[in-house]
Write a protein that binds this ligand. Sequence first.
Ligand code: ADP
Ligand code: ZN
Ligand code: ZN
Length: 729
Amino acid sequence: MSIAKVEPLTTARALRGPFDYRLPAAMAGLEVGSVVRVPFGRRRVLGVVVELAEGSELPPERLSEPIEALEAGVPAELVRLGLWIAREYCSTPSRGLELVLPPGTGAAGQRVRSRVELRAEIAPAGEQALSGGERLGVKQRAVLEALRTGEMSAAELADAVGADRQVLRRLESRGLIVSRSSRLRRRPAQLEVGAAAGRPELLDEQARAVDSIVAALDGEAGAPRQLLLHGVTGSGKTEVYLAAVEAALARGRGAIVLVPEIGLAPQAVGRFRARLGDRFAVLHSALAPGERYDEWRRLRSGEASVCVGPRSAVFAPVHDLGLIVVDEEHDPSYKQEGDPCYDARAVARRRAGECGAVLVAGTATPRPESWLELPRIELPRRVDERRMPPVEVLDMRSADPRSGPLHPATWEALEQVRGGGAKAIVMINRRGFAPWLTCRSCGRPWSCPNCDVSLIVHRHSGRLVCHHCAHSEPLPGACGDCGSTTLSRAGAGTEQVEALLRERLAPMPVFRLDSDTAAGKGAHPRILAGFGEAESGVLVGTQMVAKGHDFPEVTLSAILDADATLRFPDFRAAERTFAMVAQLAGRSGRGEAGGEVIVQTLAPEASSIAHAARHDAAGFLAEEVERRRLLRYPPFSHLVRIVLRAESEPRLDEAATGLATALAATLPEGADLLGPAPMFRVRNRHRRRLLTKADDREATVAAVREAVERLASDRSLRKVAIGVDVDPQ
Ligand code: ADP
Ligand code: ZN
Ligand code: ZN
C-alpha cells in the first residue's frame, strides 16, 4: 500500500502532523512536494506531501485518499527547507511550507492558476476537405482557410472569422483539425529604465573576486563556498554578481540574486534582464498574481534559471541551484516581520549549504555577523577611481533651534547646488510634517486613542495620523481641554523639510520620496525618474532616497537626523546608523563634478557616525564586534523575543508570567531570561515582551516552542496572541 504523509496547511499551532493518506493507483505519480487537496476532519484542505511510505501504522480502512493534486508541486529540496524554517524559527510546519508553495497558493486554497488557451492547426484531412470540395459549413470552411497559413489560437480564430468553440469541436470530431491546450505566459511589465547590456572588461580586483567564486563553483579544494564581497558603492559589485551568475549558467546551474525590497526599483533589475535575457525571471510583490505564478512556473520547469527578487525569492524553485547572491546583505528588509520571522540571509546560507551552491553576500557596510563568519573579498576602490566624497559632520547641539531642522551650513551648501545647477539629496528619517503637537497653554499632547504614541501632523492632508494603526483625525484648530488656539508643532518630518526647501530654494524643483508619496502604483519609479530627468533639483525623503538609484549629477547629500536611529533601544542601532550614513554618502559625487556629504547630528562623537564620516567600515566593525563580545550580543549569543498581545491586561499578565515561569524551568543552562516587560500599546492591544539570550540556540528554540505550544493550547488564554521572533532585528 502506498502512503503519502501530508502536512495540512492549517494555522493551528497545537496540531501534530504529518498525516497518512492512502494513494489510489491514479495518484501513483505523486512525489514529495506535490500539493494535494485532502479530506481533513470535516473539512477539505490543501496539504503538502512531505514523505512517501510503503505502509502506515493505521489500518487501511482508517485512511482516506487525497481528492486531487494541483498542477504544480514544489521540489523536495524546498519542502525540507520549509520544514527547517518551521523548526529554526519556532513556527509551524504549515507556515514554513506556505513559504515555498507556488505564488497564490496557501492555507486559503489556490487562487492563481496557469492560463491556458486552445490552439488549433489544420490536419491533412482538413487540407483534403478544402481541395476535394467536401461539404463544409461557411464558418468551417473559413476556419480551415485561416489555419492553412499556420496554427492559431481559439481567440484569434474568433476574431478573424467569428468561429466559436462549437465550430472548432465539430471540425475536430471530423478529424479536420487538431487542437491542443497551451499555457500562456503572463509577462511582467518592464518597469526598469536605462539598462545597458554591455559587458565591461573587469578590473583586476573584480576579476580576482570572480575567480574566487568560480573556484568555489568548481568545488576546488580549499575554496570557501560562502563569501563576503565587501566594497563601497560603485566599486563594481554588481558586475561581479553578473559574471558569477554567467559562470554558474555556463556550468549548467541556476542562480538566485536577492536584492532589498526597495532595490527592485528601476535600475538593478534592468541590468540583470538585459544581460541574461530569457533565462531571467523576476519574482516580487509588485507583479500581478498571474505574472508571479507564471514566472514561478518558468523557474520550476527549468525554462528560466536565474531569479532576481527580494527576501521571498530565496524560495524560488530554481533547478540545480549553483549560486545565491545576497546584495546589500546588511539591509533590514531581509528579515520577515510576520510568523515565521525568518531571515532570508540565514535561509540562503542554509539552502546553499544543502544544495551545494556558492553563497556571495555583498555590501559596503557588512554586518558584524558576516564580518566575523565569512571569508572576505575586498573591492577597495570605486570603479571610476573617484575618491569617496568628503563628509562634514555638523553638531546640532550648538545650532540655534530657531533656525529649524537645517543647519545654516547645510543651507549654504544647498544654495551652492542651486547656483551650480546640480542636484542634492536630503534625507530625514521621519515622514509627515511634525512628529508632535502640543497645546502651548496647558501642555496637552495629542496621542493615538488606540496606541500609546503621539500623533504625527500631516499638513498636506490636514490630519493627525498614527503611524502604528489606521487612526487619523482632522488637525485641531484649538485645544479641546483649555480652548487655546496656540498649538505648537515640534520636530520636523519630510513634509516640513520639503516645504522649507521649496520656499527657500525656488525655483529649483523639489521631489519628495517617502511611503506617503510612493504609495500609488508606479509612483516610486516615477518620482525617481522625475528627479533624474530634471535639470537640477532636490530629492528629499526618508531612507528610501538612499537606495536603488544612481544619479551622477548629485553633488551633495545631507542627512538631517543621523542619530535618530541611534536613540532606539536596540543593540543594532549603531550598525544601522553606520549603514545609513555610508549609503547616503555613496549617493553623492558619482559624476564628474565630485561631491560632498553633510551629516547633521546631536551625537557627533558616536562611533558609527565618526567612522562613517571617514568611510572606515573596518574601523567601525572592529569596535562594534568588541562591544558585542563584551555585552554578549549576537553573534556571541542567540536572542529569541516573544511578544504577547491582548486586549485584557490581566489575561495578558497571567499569560506572560506563566510563560516566564515555564521558560525559567526549561531554558538551557546559562541562558538569560529578561522580562516580561511592558511595551507600548498598539491597536488597542496591550503588549508584553520576553527576551532570551543564550549560547545554545537549538535548546533555547526547543524550550520556547514547547512553552508557547502549551500556552496556545490553554483555552482560557486563547485571546492572547503570541509571536515568536528568533534572531530579532
Ligand atoms: P556596485 O554594485 O558596487 O555599486 P556597480 O557594479 O554597479 O557597483 O558598478 C558601478 C558602475 O561602474 C556601474 O555603472 C557599472 O556599469 C560600472 N562598472 C562596473 N565595473 C566596471 C568595469 N570593470 N569597467 C567599466 N565600468 C564598470
Ligand atoms: Zn490646552
Ligand atoms: Zn494608533
